[in-house]
Design a protein around this ligand. Structure first.
Ligand code: FAD
Length: 392
């Protein structure tokens, strides 16, 4: 992104945001029990509700039929999704992140072919990087071999979210001994096989498939950017998406705090509500500190991205702080709730499990430390939080 992203007209945005929040709480939140019981997302209910509010095009540029939200406009929306069932949040997050990534790194032809359908929710782009037998980056085992007509790709990926709805995969493969390239691979390619993996600890109901590619032929036009630009593409795609994970940590933390406050008010032991106990007040205060700090960091990263700045350090720092914060907040929420919080009678049990995916999505802590330290060593300058006119 190089230009200032002003996003949607503020009045239109406010109206849409209200509609989205209403749908989240009236149509999607009630699906929690069904999803937890069946460990499947009822797509017949989820997809129409999401399509109705334009959820598949939140950050798809308006020229392709999306809402064209700025990052600052999208962040509170994905945070609100993270207050309800994590499987739904995951579906919306992955679709939007990688449709948006394609709008940034895809060729004009790829954008035109995929994004209008993606904005409507008729197509979906998934991100295929992680491999069962190799690390990521130059360690990938997937190989794309150049031929007269394009490339032949062989390899295996796993844990690929939205593999049940994806029509295209942004697929990373080696095109040289240390060179990685990204390709847009259609789901219906001959030789591409998808298998669902067993269910997950939290964010249940989504499919995180295993992809096997055997001599999959793609044309030259499937290459995203230049040959060998895969790692740069990868970083560009994951940078803002790390901020979206941090916003998800924020939403889950806000919900856990809200539920904890309510419980502390209503639960009476030894003649007093829990909220009157200093020990419980400390838990609540610690949760509030994390929510406050994380909110400000997320907003700062969003505003910088909207100004057209690259934000690798901010994105990794906020992603890391966010997962630590939501970890602490959901721990405290469990303590405030006592035993009932550990049962499915309380949403805390699910929020706790859902939040743990935030450790893994868009890179583990070791990756965030590596990116942050690398940026510092390369001379990263902190922005002045007190600068005049700096609203974030
Ligand atoms: C529900 C779910 C959905 C996912 N969705 C997607 C998706 O849509 N697309 C996708 O591509 N991936 C997806 N992933 C994969 C996820 O991004 C990875 O699991 C995560 O990045 C860790 O990679 P790994 O599993 O290969 O772990 P490993 O690489 O095996 O890492 C294990 C541990 O070792 C550390 N480690 C590994 N290598 C190094 C090193 N060189 N230096 C220091 N530490 C190291 C890691 O930080 C981690 O702590 C998903 C995962 C889950 C659980």
């Amino acid at each position: 992104m190089t230009q200032h992203n002003v996003g949607m007209d503020p009045q239109e945005y406010t109206k849409l945001r209200e509609r989205v929040f209403t749908t989240i709480w009236t149509e999607l939140d009630p699906l929690e029990e069904e999803i937890e019981n069946t460990e499947h997302l009822p797509l017949d209910k989820v997809m129409p509700a999401l399509k109705d509010i334009g959820a598949f095009g939140f950050i798809v540029p308006a020229e392709y039929g999306g809402a064209g939200m700025s990052m600052s406009q999208y962040l509170p929306i994905i945070a609100e999704f993270a207050k309800i069932h994590g499987g739904i949040r995951c579906l919306v997050h992955v679709h939007n992140s990688f449709a948006h990534a394609l709008s940034e790194i895809g060729t004009a032809e790829q954008r035109q072919a995929v994004l209008p359908g993606a904005a409507r929710g008729d197509r979906s782009v998934a991100f295929a990087l992680t491999e069962p037998d190799h690390g990521t980056g130059a360690d990938l085992g997937s190989v794309a071999t150049r031929t007269a007509n394009g490339y032949v790709i062989n390899g295996r990926k796993h844990l690929i979210t939205n593999s049940q709805i994806a029509t295209e995969f942004i697929y990373f493969a080696k095109t040289g001994p240390t060179e990685v390239s990204a390709f847009l691979v259609p789901r219906d390619s001959a030789g591409l096989h998808i298998r669902a993996l067993p269910e997950t600890m939290g964010c249940k109901g989504g499919e995180h498939g295993e992809l096997t590619l055997v001599d999959v032929e793609v044309p030259h036009s499937a290459l995203i950017g230049a040959e060998g630009a895969g790692v740069a593409n990868l970083e560009a795609a994951l940078e803002i998406s790390r901020v979206f994970i941090a916003a998800s940590s924020l939403g889950t933390s806000q919900r856990a705090l809200e539920l904890s406050l309510r419980h502390a008010k209503n639960r009476v032991t030894f003649g007093k509500p829990l909220e009157a106990r200093q020990a419980i007040q400390r838990y609540l205060a610690e949760m509030a500190i994390d929510v406050q700090a994380l909110g400000l960091m997320v907003a700062d990263a969003g505003r910088k991205a909207d100004r057209g700045l690259r934000i690798p350090a901010e994105a990794s720092m906020v992603k890391q702080f966010g997962l630590e914060a939501v970890g602490r907040v959901t721990d405290r929420a469990l303590l405030v709730h006592g035993g009932i919080g550990y049962t499915r009678k309380s949403p805390i049990e699910r929020l706790y499990r859902d939040a743990r995916l935030n450790w893994l999505e868009e890179g583990t802590p070791t990756i965030q430390y590596m990116v942050t330290a690398g940026q510092l060593i390369d001379g990263y300058q902190f922005s002045d939080p007190f600068a005049v006119g700096n609203d974030g």
